[in-house]
Design a binder for this molecule. Sequence first.
Ligand code: ZN
Length: 199
Amino acid sequence: MSAAQVLHAARAAGIRLRAEGNDLILEAASPPPSALLDLLSSHKADIIRILRWAKHGWSSEDWHAFFDERAGIAEFDGSLSRTQAEDQAFASCVVEWLDRNPEQSPPGRCLRCDGHDHAQDPLLPFGIEITGHVWLHSRCWPAWRDSRTADAIAALATMGIDKARTPPPQERGSAFEDERLRRALSGSSDVEELDVEMG
Ligand SMILES: [Zn+2]
């Protein structure tokens, strides 16, 4: 079970959750099942992270409005089927979430592997000037991108924007959305060129 699924299960069981510092505060009318408490405990750090995102970002209503707007545009202006339009809307939500929740890291260390800058394996800045950069080895970027995407999907799931209604990634989204997603996750064009050379 992912942290987002545990959070869903807890809410379905009538538990209200909030983060206070590094503590996860639970409120419930009756004692929750111990199996659920064990799950909450083992996913505590991730659940606190998701609750913080939810608190500082858009509300569930905001995300649904954005999703519906994107799906409507794709369906009616892009002449896509409803399913394709929803797939594209979901991809847009992931991009939007990543834009709204940028990550930063100090130079000199790879955010992913904690390794240093080497001549044969340089650290590269990914991201844009406005929101700051994360520093990664070129080879560490795919894993970082995947974990960021997973974070976005988990956070969106807690808002009721669900990946379940989308097909597997290889069938999902258009080239346009893939390009936007790639841009949101990578950085300036020179970094991308460097990536290609190194890849
Ligand atoms: Zn690295």
